[in-house]
Design a protein around this ligand. Sequence first.
Ligand code: B4P
Length: 305
Amino acid sequence: MSLNLPESFKELLKSKFESAVDSGSLKFTESHEELVQDGDITFKVRIAPSLAQKPILRQDEQPKSNFNPFLKPEPDLYLAPLGSDYSLVLNKFSIVPYHFLCITKDFKPQSSPLSERDLEATWECLNTAIEGSKILAFYNCGKLSGASQDHKHIQFIPIPESAQLLPDIALTYGLEQSKDAIGQFPARHPNVPFTHFVLPLPKAPVGEDLAMIFSSLLARTLTALRNYNQSKIAFNFAMTKDWMFIAPRTQESYDDIAINSTGMVGMLLVKSEEQFEKIKQLGPLTLTSSVGIPKAEIDEKHEDY
Ligand code: B4P
């Protein structure tokens, strides 16, 4: 792949993160994590009460200004270019250290699907794991997916190397052979009530491999949205070095609990103890299912892709 991270990017990420926190350019919010078991999935719920003060833009509200923070990234947050089309920047509002974003240099809408080039850039950024961690990439596509910024950005957070997210567990249920170019039907966790698709990744994929796998997941996602009479395209995407995951979305939040791609793979964020109590009472799978599409009754393996 021709997109290469600058040498010693990890050191740069660490030092820039520390200096941006010190200068106040990066607003780091303290949080604590609780585990909530639902079936064989352990949801990690991050509780960050100080985030409640951050203004939230609901889908039916017009932006108060056309300010786009990614057209001219703040110098204190800027990390490096990636190829000629992308910039890597620190997330201004982090709750985990070293959270960074890959943004397109020119404006591209967050409602557009990921291109082969976007996927190559994403794969390259997965090489930034700092000791004991692996990287989770995620992309909130469309307003109903939890996206708050319209300029195309893929996000990266370190997670423990041993983390077992919903897609890891879905893949343990096995894959069936298909006759299409991928050769495998996407895995789905049998006890997860919302529509989702997971495919494993080869060890050293080229851009074309990533694009084919993404297309296979996206085609099924678009069918699910169409069958559920959704006129707006919205989905959550997540990826590690092991798998790619997509789940279609129909709602931005459940009550006042906003859910993005991290939530759909098993890492929820709440802004109060009350919201955490709500999740425990409801169950994380019921919560995530309420913003997705119920798993189709029909056997989608009969669809022709
Ligand atoms: P979006 O795709 O638009 O939305 P989001 O990740 O859900 O973040 P949101 O902004 O809605 O924040 P929330 O309170 O829910 O991503 C936009 C990204 O751009 C965000 O990361 C945002 O912080 C960043 N950004 C905005 N202005 C910026 C600027 N001037 N420069 C650089 N970056 C800028 O959540 C708060 C934070 O926690 C978000 O970063 C979110 O991604 C993260 N988060 C949510 N769930 C998490 C989890 N389970 N674990 C770890 N982090 C989590």
